[in-house]
Design a protein around this ligand. Structure first.
Ligand SMILES: N[C@@H](CCC(=O)N[C@@H](CS)C(=O)NCC(=O)O)C(=O)O
Length: 212
């Protein structure tokens, strides 16, 4: 595969929207290839060829290198474009907090979707519904923990827009959905709603049909 610019393999409304928003922030050109949710795991599909995990976001660089995992892509883009970095600088007091919560989002929260969205991949059909319910419940607990840990000002870590804010904006649209966040996690919701309204991201939100 010969590329002139990065190619983002994406699915509408999925975690790839977080990466799309980062490209919009950095003002970087990227080709988008949206894959239908029902075809993400197609044997002959491009996604399987480049990422055996068959998850989006998956970014293919012009060099042919593949970066999957939204946090890896987030760190990579911040390294490549330090002047507009969406991560606090190494000497910034918010750096440690940001890395902590970024990894928490992908290591604690994201897996509740991995196991809950397709429980039949992991357990017998008879208990699949139970796994979905338990992971949904677990996610609500996690979000409520996060809610107690942040003090938006107005973004999650202070006055500057950062990578965490983009995660919150997109993830707030997923189960249990914006109405739940508005009621149970109003601080998080306020961050998500603020990011949702930013002009630079409107094309991303529209393409991904994300609404708050
Ligand atoms: N740890 C990965 C999780 C990515 C992930 O789970 N993506 C979902 C969409 S939001 C996916 O591709 N699901 C497709 C499937 O499991 O079939 C990341 O942070 O990028």
């Amino acid at each position: 595969m010969k590329l002139r610019k990065p190619l983002l393999l994406a699915a509408k409304g999925g975690g790839s929207a977080i990466v799309e928003a980062q490209f919009a922030h950095y003002g970087l050109d990227v080709d988008l290839e949206y894959i239908d949710w029902d075809h993400l795991r197609d044997d002959a599909g491009r996604l399987k060829q480049v990422n055996p995990l068959m998850e989006v976001p998956t970014l293919v660089l012009p060099s042919g290198q593949v970066i999957s995992e939204s946090a890896a892509i987030t760190l990579y883009l911040a390294d490549v474009y330090p002047l507009r970095s969406l991560l606090p600088a190494p000497e910034d007091a918010h750096r440690a907090e940001c890395l902590r919560w970024l990894m928490w989002l992908v290591c604690a929260v994201y897996p509740t979707f991995t196991y809950g969205d397709h429980p039949e991949r992991f357990v017998d059909k008879a208990v699949a519904g139970q796994l979905k319910l338990s992971t949904d419940k677990r996610r609500e607990v996690l979000w409520q923990q996060f809610e107690t840990q942040i003090d938006p000002g107005p973004y999650a870590l202070g006055k500057d827009l950062g990578a965490l804010d983009l995660y919150l904006a997109v993830m707030c649209c997923w189960r249990p959905g914006p109405a739940w966040f508005a009621e149970h996690c109003p601080k998080m919701y306020s961050v998500a709603a603020r990011v949702a309204a930013l002009a630079q991201f409107q094309p991303v939100w529209q393409r991904n049909r994300l609404t708050w």
